[in-house]
Design a protein around this ligand. Structure first.
Ligand SMILES: Cc1ncc(COP(=O)(O)O)c(C=O)c1O
Length: 411
């Protein structure tokens, strides 16, 4: 970015290095957003972005709730509001958290514009330039994006079928001062794996011993379609955990509504950070979501989502058995939206994406989920939530064909 570029009016040229803050050099566009743009290619089957099934988005309920809110509380819905969030929605969410075993109170919760804003605010409140964040590898690319802009340093530990390799954490914690550990215990994005209870216990034990905060990101916890729920990390480690969740995967991602539960001191600072960013989350949207939730809609709706994703995941797993060449391995999720595919020698996921696009199938290459932006060329993420079963089958068939072509070329 050293060059001078002609401005939009064509008259003035700008030295962007001087004009923009240094931190912008670490801001990048997410490959997911780029892949979403390709979704409109005719005939393309996208197994890429983490989108809920479109036919499950509750349009009618939103229509009715918007009408009700405007009819009964119009001026409040359209007025400025408090940063912390709409009190009845906070109460609903606190009751939900209490059911999980988190005795949070009003002072412990903040409503935000989706978990993505939560990640950004966490960065703003916790990270000085050069501070170390400990993440899995791979990890959620939106977190890498958010904390890169606060000039974080990332150290990573790998995952296996039981989630984070907690046995490797202590070496890192001994070696360097870690600001917080970022964990995705349920149906990891992108890996699709779940952190076992034993490992959750070890994780909080280590965090307590080394005095490190944990950021627990849990957008998918309610979307378990196999097995039993596992105690959230925040329940095991209330004092020093910042818990994030969202309505994006249950109600709608378009409404941009999520929440943070954390110690009161942390919430206080997050509130100030949010105030500076956007004053508050849309109170209209919060009132609509609250109305839908208070009517008890979510319980049945979540059951429908789980049933749909269970079926789609099973279709994807059996199509992979059928169409992928030998040597390809994958995870078997118990919930959520994603699974992780590990490629044999001879297939590079970026090259495979090009070949896949020629076959009209898209996915996210593994490198997107590694803080170093280089590792993960031997892996990719697939989403089973968005496409209908027959499209999943066809998409996997196309991807298998592209893989076989790549392998043949490598030989
Ligand atoms: C792990 C994780 N965290 C945060 C987010 C952001 O969610 P939201 O839509 O609530 O901003 C996502 C979205 O896919 C995610 O997978």
């Amino acid at each position: 970015m050293n060059d001078s570029v002609v401005n939009w009016d064509g008259k003035v040229s700008t030295d962007w290095d001087k004009a923009l803050a240094k931190r912008t050099q670490r801001m990048t566009s997410s490959i997911i957003r780029e892949t979403l743009k390709m979704m409109s290619t005719p005939g393309l089957i996208s197994l890429g972005g983490g989108m809920p099934a479109p036919e499950l988005l509750p349009v009618r309920e939103f229509q009715e709730a918007s009408h009700y809110v405007l009819e009964h509380d119009g001026p409040q819905a359209l007025q400025y509001s408090v940063t912390e969030g709409y009190p009845p929605l906070k109460q609903y969410l606190l009751a939900k958290m209490q059911k999980y075993g988190v005795p949070a109170e009003e002072k412990n919760i903040l409503i935000v514009n989706g978990s993505q804003q939560a990640l950004s605010l966490v960065g703003k409140v916790f990270l000085n330039p050069g501070d170390t964040v400990l993440t899995d590898c791979p990890t959620y690319l939106g977190a890498i994006q958010a904390w890169n802009s606060y000039e974080a340093r990332f150290v990573t530990v790998p995952l296996d079928d039981d989630g984070t390799r907690v046995d490797l954490l202590e070496d890192v914690l001994k070696r360097e001062p870690v600001k917080f550990i970022y964990c995705l215990p349920n149906f990891h994005n992108p890996a699709g794996v779940t952190l076992s209870l034993e490992r959750r216990r070890k994780l909080v034990d280590l965090a307590a011993r080394y005095g490190v905060f944990i950021v627990e990101d849990d957008p998918y916890g309610e979307l378990r379609f196999v097995g039993e729920d596992i105690t959230p990390v925040v329940v095991l480690h209330k004092e020093n955990t910042v818990y994030l969740s969202t309505f994006s995967k249950t109600l709608s991602p378009g409404i941009r509504l999520g929440w943070i539960v954390a110690p009161a001191k942390v919430i206080g600072k997050l509130v100030q950070a949010k105030q500076a960013a956007d004053l508050h989350t849309s109170v209209f949207v919060q009132m609509i979501a609250n109305d839908i939730c208070q009517r008890g809609f979510l319980r049945q709706h979540i059951k429908r989502i789980r049933d749909t994703y269970r079926e789609r995941c099973a279709v994807m797993l059996s199509a992979m058995e059928k169409y992928f060449p030998s040597g390809v391995k994958w995870t078997r999720p118990q919930g959520g939206l994603f699974l992780w595919v590990m490629l044999p020698e001879g297939i590079n996921s970026m090259e495979l994406l090009k070949a896949g696009l020629e076959e009209k199938v898209a996915f996210i290459p593994g490198t997107a989920f590694y803080p170093d932006g280089v590792s993960g060329q031997d892996a990719l993420r697939l989403t089973f939530s968005t496409a209908k079963p027959e499209m999943i089958e066809e998409g996997i068939k196309r991807l298998g064909k592209a893989m076989k072509k790549q392998l043949a070329e490598a030989r």
